[in-house]
Design a protein around this ligand. Structure first.
Ligand SMILES: *Cc1c(COP(=O)(O)O)cnc(C)c1O
Length: 346
C-alpha cells in the first residue's frame, strides 16, 4: 500500500524513472561519436527499430518533437501544406514548429477520437491554383493522445496510404505511442512500416527511457533527415548511453504495456463513478480522459491534489490521467480507497 501521503502521479507517461537494470545497460554501452556516425550503440538501436518495422533506416533524436519536426521539414517546402487532425500533437504541442521550422501551412481536420479518414483528407487536398498552398503531407497520430489513446486499425490507414500514393502526398506517422497501439491491436509492426514514408517513435513515454525518439524512413530520407537534425542542433556525440536505454526498453518494456492498458481501464471505471465526471472517453491503451460537468478542470484537479492524486488539465472541460511503468496495482488500490465515498464540496 502506498503511504497515506504518497503521491499517485498520473500526469504523464514521460514521468517514468529508468529502472536499475536500464541504468546498468546504459553504463555498459559501447560509445563513439554519433555525429561521425560512429556510436555503435546508437547504430544498433536505429537498426533494431528499423528492422522491427521493416523500414530501411532510423535516426536517434533527443525528443519526439524533433523527430516529428524533422519529418515535416523533410516532406514539405515553404508555402506547402500539412493535413492533420485539429487535436494532433504536431499542431497543438510542438511550439508552432510547423510554421517556424518548415514555413509550411496547416489544414486541420475533424474526426472522431482524433482519427482521420481518407474521404475527409481527399476533400482537404488543395486544388492546383495560385491561391492555395500546395498540399504536401498527411500526418496521422497513433495512438492519438487527445483522442484518449485511441488506436487506428491498419484497415483504416490503407485507404489513406492509397490516396497519398495516387495524389503524390507523403504520409507521416507520429507514432509516439505506436507500441501501445500494436499491443492493443495485435497488428504487426512490419505491416505498419509499409504504410508510411516516415514514422516517429518515442522511447521516453511508456517504454520508460529517460530520453529519446527515433525517426524511421528510407535510406535517402534519413540521410537528408540527419542534415536537418544537425541544423536544429540535435546531433549528439556519445549518445549510445541513451540509446542503450532504448535497446533495453525494446527488449523488456514492450509486452508489459498491456498491464498499463488494464490499469487505465480500471482507472476509467473508478473515475466514471465520481461526482462531476460526465463521462470518460473509451479506453484502448494507457490514457484516460474524463469529461467534467459543472466544475472547472482546475477546481477538480485541486480536489484530487488534496487526496495526493495528480492529473493534468486537457482542454476546457477535460482532465487526463496516464498509466505507465511506475504505476502499479498498489497505486490503483490506493486511488480507489482515496476516492471511495468522495463527497466533493464546491
Ligand atoms: C510526447 C509526444 C510527442 C513527442 O514529445 P517529446 O516530449 O518532444 O518527446 C509527439 N507526439 C505525441 C502524440 C506525444 O504524445
Amino acid at each position: 500500500m502506498p503511504q497515506e501521503d504518497e503521491i499517485i502521479d498520473l500526469r504523464s507517461d514521460t514521468l517514468t524513472q529508468p529502472t536499475r537494470e536500464m541504468k546498468e545497460a546504459m553504463m555498459m554501452a559501447s560509445l563513439g561519436d554519433d555525429v561521425f556516425g560512429e556510436d555503435p550503440t546508437v547504430r544498433q538501436l536505429e537498426g533494431k527499430l528499423a528492422g522491427i518495422f521493416g523500414m530501411e533506416a532510423g535516426m536517434f533524436c533527443p525528443s519526439g518533437t524533433m523527430t516529428n519536426q524533422i519529418a515535416i521539414r523533410l516532406h514539405t517546402r515553404p508555402q506547402t501544406e500539412v493535413i492533420c487532425h485539429k487535436n494532433s500533437h504536431i499542431y497543438l504541442y510542438e511550439g508552432g514548429g510547423i510554421m517556424s521550422n518548415s514555413h509550411a501551412s496547416v489544414k486541420l481536420l475533424e474526426g472522431d477520437l482524433g482519427k482521420l479518414d481518407a474521404e475527409a483528407i481527399r476533400q482537404a487536398i488543395n486544388p492546383d491554383d495560385d491561391h492555395a498552398p500546395e498540399t504536401a503531407l498527411v500526418s496521422l497520430e497513433n495512438t492519438m493522445n487527445k483522442g484518449g489513446g485511441s488506436v487506428y486499425q491498419l484497415e483504416e490507414v490503407r485507404p489513406i496510404r492509397q490516396l497519398c500514393k495516387e495524389t503524390g502526398l507523403k504520409l507521416h506517422l507520429d507514432g509516439a505511442r505506436i507500441f501501445n497501439a500494436l499491443i492493443h491491436s495485435g497488428e504487426r509492426a512490419h505491416d505498419w512500416g509499409r504504410m508510411f514514408d516516415t514514422i516517429s517513435i518515442c522511447l521516453s513515454k511508456g517504454l520508460g527511457c529517460p530520453v529519446g525518439s527515433v525517426l524511421l524512413g528510407s535510406q535517402a530520407g534519413i540521410r537528408q533527415a540527419r542534415k536537418i537534425r544537425k541544423a536544429l542542433g540535435g546531433g549528439m556525440r556519445q549518445a549510445g548511453m541513451l540509446a542503450a536505454a532504448g535497446i533495453y526498453a525494446l527488449d523488456h518494456h514492450v509486452s508489459r504495456l498491456e498491464e498499463d492498458h488494464e490499469r487505465a481501464r480500471a482507472i476509467a471505471a473508478i473515475m466514471g463513478k465520481l461526482p462531476h465526471v460526465k463521462a470518460t472517453l473509451p479506453v484502448s491503451t494507457n490514457i484516460v480522459i474524463a469529461r467534467l460537468d459543472k466544475i472547472s478542470p482546475e477546481s477538480f484537479l485541486e480536489k484530487l491534489a488534496e487526496k495526493q492524486i495528480k492529473a493534468v488539465k486537457f482542454g476546457p472541460d477535460q482532465i487526463r490521467m496516464v498509466t505507465h511503468l511506475d504505476i502499479e496495482d498498489r497505486h490503483l488500490e490506493a486511488l480507489e480507497e482515496r476516492l471511495a465515498n468522495w463527497k466533493m464540496t464546491l
